[in-house]
Design a protein around this ligand. Structure first.
Ligand code: GDP
Ligand code: ZN
Length: 460
C-alpha cells in the first residue's frame, strides 16, 4: 500500500444532532485513537468490525472530554481500504469539535481535505471514479428517486456498462491487431465489415446511455418549475400545498447558496425545483408579472410551466395572452377550483391547448394533485417512471466522455467505409476505448482527480 498519513474529520452533518461521528483513517488510526481512549478493552488487540464503549480523555491533564462509542474497521475491509476508527460522540458541535481538536493537537493525525476519504477509497481501488462521483450525488440528492439513481451508480451500474463496452472494444482491438500482424486478403476484407458492425453496436449502446442523460439531469437537479397565472387563481395556494405535502429533505452543502430562493419538493419521486422568485410569488398583475425580469428569467429557465386557470371563471384575455406566449413550451394547464360551479368554456380552451396537457384540480380540496403528478411523469419520463433500469448518465463529465467515445467510433466507421487501412482505424477504436476508460478513472490525470474530489464536503 502507498505511504500515507492518517487523517480525521467530522463525518456527520454540522449542526445539532443525536450523535456526531469523527472518522479517522490511515495506518496509525487505531494507535492514535488509543492515545485518547480509555476503556476496558485494549483496542490495539480488538477484532475488526467491533464497537467499544469508553471515554475520550485529554492525556495532558486527564480530563474526561466525552463518553463515546468507538468502532474499528481494519483495512482493507473498510470504506477507504485503510484502518478506520469511528468515534461516535454525543453530538453537540462543541463536544465533537473538542474531541477532533484533541486528536489533531496531540496526535500524528491531520485534518482530512474535502472528499479525501472517498479519494483514498478510489486510490486504493475500493471504488472507481463513477462510483466516487455518485457519492457526491448521494450527498446532494434532492429526492428519493434521485437518491436511488445515485445509489445505483454508487453500486456500479454505470461502470458495469462502461466496462462491458470497453471489453467489447478491447476484443475488437485484439482482432484488428491479429489482422495487422497476419494480413491475408480475405481476412482483411472480413475485418472491415466486422469492425463496422462492432463499432455500430458500441455506438448504439452509447446512444442508449446518452438518451438517459436528460432524464438523469432532471433527477439530479430537479425539474425547474414555474407557476404562472392571473391573480387569485390559486398559485400561492398550489405552491403551499405542494411544499407542505412533499417537502424534500434537502442536505445542506456549504457553498451552494443561490440568489433565487427555491423550494425542492418530491412529487411521487420526481424532484421539482419550484422557483420562488419575487415576481412569480408576489406580483399580482399577470402582465406586469411577466414583465418582471426575474420571473421572466425563471420562465425562460423553466423545464416545466404550470399555468393555473380557474374553472369557475370565463377565459380572460390575459389567459389567452399567456397561453400564446407559452406556445411551444412544456406547459401543464391546471384548471383549478373544480369545487365551484364551472363557468369556463372548455371547448374554447381545448382549441388552444391539447386536452392531454390539462389537469383539473381543486387545491382547496386537495384533489387532482395525483393527476398532476402523472402528467409530469408522462411529460418527462414517458410515463414509465417506475420502470426498473435506473442507470442514468447525469454527470457532465460522463456525458462529454461518452460523446467523445461515440465520435471516435463514428470516425472508425467512416474510415472503414472509405477503405482506410485498419491500422489507422485502430487508432480511432483505441481512442474510444481510452475515453471510456477516463470515465471510470482508468486513465485520468492527477489534476482531474483532485478536481473531482474537491467537490466533496468535509468528512466524506
Ligand atoms: P394567487 O393570487 O394566484 O396566488 O391565488 P391564491 O393562492 O392567493 O388564492 C386566491 C384565492 O383562491 C384564495 O382565497 C384561495 O383560498 C382560493 N382558492 C385557491 N384554490 C382554490 C380552490 O381549489 N377552490 C376554491 N374554492 N378556492 C381556492
Ligand atoms: Zn399569490
Amino acid at each position: 500500500m502507498r505511504n500515507v498519513d492518517t487523517i480525521a474529520a467530522i463525518s456527520t452533518a454540522v449542526g445539532e444532532g443525536g450523535i456526531a461521528v469523527i472518522r479517522v483513517s490511515g495506518p496509525d488510526a487505531v494507535r492514535e485513537a488509543k492515545k485518547f481512549f480509555r476503556s476496558r478493552t485494549d483496542i490495539m488487540e480488538a477484532d475488526s468490525h467491533t464497537v467499544h464503549y469508553g471515554h475520550i480523555v485529554d492525556p495532558a491533564d486527564g480530563e474526561v472530554i466525552e463518553e463515546i462509542l468507538l468502532t474499528i474497521m481494519r483495512g482493507p475491509r473498510s470504506f477507504t481500504a485503510e484502518d478506520v476508527v469511528e468515534l461516535s460522540t454525543h453530538g453537540g458541535v462543541v463536544a465533537v469539535k473538542r474531541v477532533l481538536e484533541l486528536l489533531l493537537r496531540e496526535g500524528a493525525i491531520r485534518i482530512a481535505e474535502p472528499g479525501e476519504f472517498t479519494k483514498r477509497a478510489f486510490l486504493n481501488g475500493r471504488i472507481d471514479l463513477t462510483q466516487a462521483e455518485a457519492v457526491i450525488d448521494l450527498i446532494r440528492s434532492k429526492s428519493d428517486r434521485a437518491f436511488s439513481v445515485a445509489m445505483k451508480q454508487a453500486e456500479g451500474a454505470l461502470s458495469k456498462k462502461v466496462k462491458a463496452l470497453r471489453h467489447q472494444l478491447i476484443e475488437l482491438l485484439a482482432h484488428i491487431e491479429v489482422n495487422i500482424d497476419y494480413p491475408e486478403h480475405d481476412v482483411a476484407e472480413m475485418t472491415s465489415n466486422y469492425i463496422q458492425t462492432r463499432c455500430e453496436e458500441s455506438c448504439s449502446i452509447i446512444d442508449g446511455l446518452l438518451k438517459t442523460a436528460g432524464e438523469g439531469k432532471i433527477l439530479r437537479e430537479g425539474i425547474v418549475t414555474a407557476i404562472v397565472g392571473r391573480p387569485n387563481v390559486g398559485k400561492s395556494s398550489l405552491l403551499n400545498a405542494l411544499v407542505q405535502e412533499n417537502k424534500a429533505i434537502v442536505t445542506d452543502i456549504p457553498g451552494t447558496t443561490r440568489d433565487v430562493i427555491e423550494e425542492y419538493i418530491s412529487l411521487g419521486g420526481i424532484p421539482l425545483r419550484l422557483l420562488d422568485t419575487a415576481g412569480i410569488r408576489e406580483t399580482s398583475d399577470v402582465v406586469e408579472q411577466i414583465g418582471v425580469q426575474r420571473s421572466r428569467t425563471a420562465l425562460e429557465e423553466a423545464d416545466l410551466i404550470l399555468l393555473v386557470l380557474n374553472l369557475n371563471e370565463a377565459l380572460h384575455d390575459d389567459d389567452r395572452l399567456l397561453m400564446k406566449q407559452l406556445e411551444g413550451r412544456p406547459v401543464i394547464v391546471l384548471l383549478n377550483k373544480t369545487d365551484l360551479p364551472p363557468v369556463l368554456n372548455e371547448d374554447e380552451l381545448y382549441a388552444i391547448v391539447s386536452k392531454e396537457s390539462v389537469v383539473r384540480l381543486s387545491v382547496l380540496q386537495e384533489s387532482g394533485l395525483d393527476q398532476l403528478e402523472h402528467a409530469i411523469s408522462r411529460m418527462f419520463f414517458g410515463g414509465e417512471l417506475e420502470s426498473g433500469d435506473l442507470t442514468y448518465v447525469s454527470n457532465v463529465r460522463h456525458i462529454t466522455l461518452l460523446g467523445h467515445a461515440r465520435q471516435a467510433l463514428v470516425d472508425a466507421i467512416e474510415a472503414t467505409e472509405a477503405g482506410i487501412p485498419i491500422d489507422i482505424v485502430q487508432i480511432d477504436v483505441r481512442n474510444a476505448w481510452e475515453q471510456l476508460g477516463e470515465m471510470i478513472g482508468d486513465s485520468v490525470s492527477e489534476s482531474l482527480i483532485d478536481q473531482i474530489f474537491s467537490q466533496f464536503c468535509l468528512g466524506k
